[in-house]
Every structure is written in C-alpha cells, then in structure tokens.
Design a binder for this molecule. Structure first.
Ligand code: SF4
Length: 694
C-alpha cells in the first residue's frame, strides 16, 4: 500500500529522468515549472509572444494546444520563431485531445506531446453499456493500433510524451468499468503506459488532474502505488485543473500540488488559473521552492526501481497514522460542546478560530458590547494569548456578556493553574484553555485538566507525537472528555535539530497516529502559525500557500476539526482565508463553488471577464457549483460534478448545462448570464443576495 517513502517528512520519490528537449525532468532535477499559452495557435505571432512572456517570468516548459492538424502545422513556425528570438532552450509541448492526426503532425515540431487517454482516438458519447471482457480487449487492441504510431515516432525523434489523464474526461470504456473514480483515472493511464512500454518507449511523464484536490491527490497516490507494483518509475506532472482564479484558484492548486510534493511526489508542476498565464508562474515557483527546501535523500541511495526504492522498510518504521491514503474517510472524533452553542465532532464542519495578538488588542477587535457578539468576523472562536492571571481576568471581563462564539486562552507556560481558579469560576462554559506540554509534564497535564473540568472549560493540549507518547499514561487516564489536541510549533516538538524533510503536515499526521494508538478520539485543532511554516518569506502568497499545504493537506486526509490561520495579522483576512481553505479542500462550503478552465487556444469567449461577471452575480449561492468552460470540446467532460455549466458552444454563443446535460444551445452571449440565472431559479437553487446593511 506504500505510495511514498514517508508520510511524515519529505523524501523525494526516485524516478527516471526524462528529457524534454534540453530540460530534464525527474531524478535529481529540480521541480520544473510549466504553463500554457491561451492564444489561438494559428495566430503564430500572438502564440510566440505569449510563449516568450512566459519564459521571461521563469516558465521552463510551454504547452500550446493543437486542436486540429492546421494548428499542429503552425507549431513548426512557433518553434522556429521562439528559437530565433533566443528561446531555443524552452521546450514546447503540443496539447492533443481526440485527434491522432494532429498529434502525428505536432510531434514533428515540438519536444513533447501530451495526449489525454480519455479521448485520444476516442469519441465521448456518455454512453452507458456493459463491456464484456472480449469487448474490452477489442477496445484495447483498437487503442494499441491508434496510439502506437505516435509512440514509435516519439521514439524515433527523441520526443517525450505526457499521458495526461483528467478526471472529467475519462473514456466511456473506463467510465463504464471503473466509474468516475481515481481508480478509473489510473487504469486509463496504465492502458496507454503499457502500449508505450510495449514499444520500449520510456520518455514518459504522467498526470492525474482533477478540479477536486481530494480526487486529484488520491489518483496520484494510487498511480504511484500501481507503478511501484509494476516497477515503473516515471516522473509526475502535478496540477489541479479548472482551479479558477484569484485566491480560490491559488488555494486549490496549493492544496493538491503541495500535499503531493510534501509526500515527495511530483517532478514538474502547472498551476492552472483563469488569469493570464504569466500570473501562474510566481505561484508555481513559490510552491516548488517550498517543497524543494524540504527534499531529503531517499532512505538509502538507490536507483529508481532498485531494492531500497521498493523496500517498505523505511515506511514500515514510520507507519501508523492510520489514514487510508486512497479513500477519503473523515476521522471520527468525540463530540465537544464549545461556547456559543457550537460543537465539534461527528457531522460538524471544521470550526474557524481567529487570533487576536494581545488582551490589549481585544478592545479594538471586539464588536460593540451592545451587539452581544464576541466576534466581528464570521469566525466562531477567538484566541487570545495571556501571560498572567490578571490578563486572563481582563480577557474574560472584556468578553463577558457576549453570547456567540467561544473564547480560547493561549496560556503562557509560567501561569499556575491554581492562580486561575477564581477567574475561571465565572467563565462561560465551553471556553478553551490551550497550553504547551512536553514529555515529563504529567503533573501539569493532570492539574490543568482538573481545573478545566471544574470550570467546564476544554483543555487544548499543544504537543507533538513524541510528547503525547511520553504522556500516554496520564492522557489515557483523562479519556477524551473535554480534550483537544493541537501543535503550534513543529520545531519545538523534537527538542533537537529538525529531522531532514520534516514539516508540520507530517508532524500533525504523527500526532494523530499517536492518538490512534492511545485510543483517543479527541478533536484536532490545526494551527497555521509562522513556526509551522515550511519556509517563510512573509508575503501574502507565501502565507496562503502555507495554510493550503497544512490545513488543506490534513483536511483532504479527513483530519482536523478546528482551524486557525494565525499568520494573517488582520482577523477579517484570517477568517476569509480559513473559510476559503476549508472550501478549497471541500471540507466546509460557505459560498458558491466555481470551476473555471484556465483557457487555451480553443477558448470561445473571454474567460476572465466572464468568470468575474458571473461570480459578481452568483457568489452568494452557498452550496451551488458553477462551471465556466471555454469550449464544448473538453468543457462538458471536464466540468466534472458541477450543478450548472456555462460553456462556449461557438464564437459568441453559449451552451448551458444542468449537470452533464446540455439544456440550452447557442444562446447569444449577451443573453447567457440572465438565462443561466433563470435556469438556477428553475431548479430551485437561487436565493436573493442579502441586502447590504445601511
Ligand atoms: S475547456 Fe477551456 S482549457 Fe479546456 S480545451 Fe476548452 S477552452 Fe481549452
């Protein structure tokens, strides 16, 4: 079941090296950054301009769509002009869907060809039928005949191939046998991989993209596990497809790509945003740099496929966080009642806590007392650090009389529990006392737990796996009643030099594994602090990526019950980021979900302005999933499980979808927004936006 050398620290997966022109991918090479042009490929000048603009901001590989043979022919001039402009070392990749003829033309001109096994030489009919084993074998033979010429030509010319599976565009054959699942995605790629290997062709890179990070993460893990079984060690291209734009697009990409990179998987990445492609590069760069800063040597020097690479020994030594990495299951926790009528635990969405920097800052952070509210933002808990009994009293006094949300007090180590008993006697039940504990703190844990029980507060134990293991007897005696666990400083845990490749995502997994061994079902509070960052440069983008790595990575494994983004100094911003990460991980839906393709040479309308316009009208529809896709060739397949789709049908014309069914064809674009809203109303999913307060 092993898909990576370690779930607790980053140990890079050994792969073979694949040459894409002069750029090497995999093996000991750095993570390569790539993107795609969005111009009409037959507009050679515009495509060359875009490719140069991408290369100038650090894009190392440029993909260009080749929707037909005409466009594929243009790749010759695009290659020549790019080289003449001094960018001969930047490889081009032809993006092929459906047409082997276009692939056979493109391979003559570019360094790599990407095929989609869901539609290469296959028409998508969404047909439901049973494939007998004989039918299936015939289909594979047909594929072999259709795909082999491209493989053979790639081998002759020294080109590379990407077998790029997308969740939303699996073939009818795969859909009928495996369903719309990560397993179906993997089988789809393996069919093509086996054909390529039958021709002794090895210059292959694989991808398993989906717009849902959970699906994407599971699919890549499963692919690696299956490749390990078959002694295949090809590099991986990582990406979350149709991630959208702005903060949400960056979060979704960082969750999916980051979670895999921290597990040591991934050799080249593309961040797909519905924005100009050049804006993808700094995001991809920041993600890659963080992951590469963690790369540790494999457990033993080994060539890909060698004994050490396949040995489960290192994994076995670290096994035991109890997560099934191939199937999402939310960890079952004990229920806890917090203040303000909130609960955490089974069936509850992860709760959002916001941190205020000091007791003194509470005065400005709190809404007017007359409102009765504890919080100005839609966060559900307020965390404040306290250094003395007097500060605890001041914090409780400042928040007295407010009925929503709960107060969490971050206790300085010097505070003695006996000094707080009088102040906490009148505290609202369901507040949280959070304190750091180390190995050997058994007496302190017992004293704080006793105080928490007496004053009907919850004790949050801030400790890593090693401390929890050392405190096992004391913790088991306490049971799960009124306990939370958290880890605010991953570096404080080890008490020595950090292990190579260690990161907070792994430290939380270790902590949760230790709790499983203790039989504890206590909820977990994910704290995004500066001390938990992989690598800190203090920009908003960096903090957003860190929050996505840690919180998104854990949530996609079903772990985590409360979340605080403590790296954002502004409580309102911290709250927004927390809800956006929860939404990106599919853990808590607080607004409309947008799936928007990044656009390419097939796009039939201005995706960026259209997405922004539709978002402005529909962003309040919590729980509704809207897809905005540039073309009908791939759009309907790739919009996966969207409730409604807005898809380019022809120049200036829009097709509207309900699920995968096209219900309105060729609407003039000027009418399409209103017709989309009417459709949402017809299906009972519309509600009017809340009035803006005077
Ligand atoms: S759905 Fe968007 S990105 Fe995909 S092929 Fe169509 S226009 Fe290009």
């Amino acid at each position: 079941m092993a898909y990576c050398p370690s779930r607790f620290r980053t140990v890079r997966r050994p792969t073979v090296e694949v040459a894409v022109g002069s750029v090497l991918i995999g093996g000991q090479q750095p993570i390569r950054i790539q993107s795609m042009t969005t111009s009409d490929t037959q507009d050679v000048a515009a495509t060359v301009r875009q490719a140069i603009a991408l290369a100038e901001v650090g894009c190392e590989i440029v993909r260009v769509t080749a929707p037909n043979v005409q466009a594929a022919k243009c790749l010759r001039d695009i290659r020549a002009q790019l080289t003449a402009a001094g960018f001969g070392s930047v490889p081009l990749v032809a993006d092929i869907h459906f047409l082997p003829q276009a692939a056979m033309e493109a391979v003559e001109h570019v360094e790599k060809v990407r095929v989609n096994p869901g539609n290469y030489a296959d028409k998508k009919r969404f047909a439901v039928r049973d494939y007998s084993d004989a039918d299936y074998a015939r289909e594979i033979e047909r594929l072999h005949a259709a795909f082999s010429p491209l493989v053979i030509r790639c081998r002759e010319l020294g080109r590379a191939l990407r077998i790029g599976t997308n969740h939303g565009s699996l073939s009818d054959r795969i859909m009928n046998r495996y369903g719309d699942t990560p397993l179906g995605m993997v089988e789809s790629a393996l069919e093509f991989l086996r054909i390529a290997e039958s021709h002794r062709f090895k210059s292959i890179i694989l991808s398993m993209k989906a717009s849902n990070p959970k699906v994407m993460i599971e699919a890549y893990r499963l692919l690696v596990e299956r490749m390990n079984q078959e002694s295949m060690h090809y590099p991986l291209h990582l990406g979350v497809t149709e991630a959208g734009d702005g903060e949400d697009g960056r979060i979704k990409s960082s969750i999916g790509i980051g979670s895999l990179l921290l597990d040591g998987l991934g050799d080249t990445i593309r961040v797909s945003l519905t924005e100009d492609s050049v804006y993808e590069i700094p995001v991809a760069r920041a993600i890659a740099d963080k992951a590469m800063s963690l790369w540790a040597e494999p457990p033993a020097a080994a060539a890909p496929g060698g004994a050490a690479a396949r040995s489960p020994a290192s994994v076995a030594a670290e096994a035991g966080d109890g997560v099934d990495p191939f199937h999402f299951v939310r960890r079952t926790t004990a229920g806890l009642s917090l203040g303000g009528g909130l609960t955490v635990g089974p069936e509850q969405p992860p709760r959002v806590i916001v941190r205020v920097s000091s007791v003194a800052a509470l005065a400005t952070a709190l809404p007017p007392l007359a409102s009765g509210r504890l919080l100005e933002t839609p966060a559900e808990g307020l965390l404040v650090p306290v250094a003395s009994a007097a500060e605890v009293e001041a914090a409780l006094a400042a928040t007295a009389g407010r009925t929503d949300g709960f107060l969490a007090l971050e206790l300085a180590p010097a505070i003695d529990p006996s000094s707080l008993a009088p102040a906490l006697a009148g505290a609202r039940p369901g507040g949280v006392l959070v304190r750091t504990f180390r190995a050997g703190d058994d007496l302190a844990v017992a004293s704080w737990a006793q105080l928490a029980r007496r004053t009907r507060q919850i004790l949050a134990i801030d400790a890593g796996a090693q401390a929890v293991a050392a405190l096992a007897a004391t913790l088991q005696a306490l049971g799960d009643e009124a306990l939370l666990f958290t880890l605010s400083d991953v570096r404080g845990e080890a008490g020595g030099p950090p292990r190579a490749g260690a990161h907070a995502l792994g430290a939380y997994r270790e902590l949760i594994g230790e709790l499983r061994r203790l039989g504890s079902r206590a909820p977990i509070w994910i704290r995004n602090t500066a001390a938990n960052a992989v690598r800190g440069d203090n920009t908003f983008l960096s903090r957003l990526i860190e929050a996505s790595f840690l919180t998104g990575g854990l949530l996609c494994d079903g772990l985590g019950d409360l979340v605080s983004i403590e790296t954002e100094p502004d409580p309102t911003r911290a709250t927004q980021v927390a809800y956006n990460v929860l939404q990106g991980a599919g853990a808590r839906i607080s607004k409309t979900e947008f799936v928007a393709c990044p656009s390419c040479g097939r796009t039939l309308f201005d995706l960026q302005t259209t997405t922004q316009r539709i978002r402005a009208q529909t962003a309040h529809l919590k729980g509704v999933k809207l897809a905005i896709m540039g073309c009908i060739v791939n759009g309907p397949g790739e919009m996966a499980d969207a409730d409604f789709g807005y898809v380019g049908g022809a120049p200036g014309k829009i097709n509207l979808y309900v699920g995968k069914e096209c219900v309105q064809y060729n609407l003039p674009q000027e009418e399409a927004d209103a017709r989309l809203i009417a459709l949402i109303k017809e299906h009972g999913k519309w509600r009017d936006p809340a009035p803006i307060p005077a």
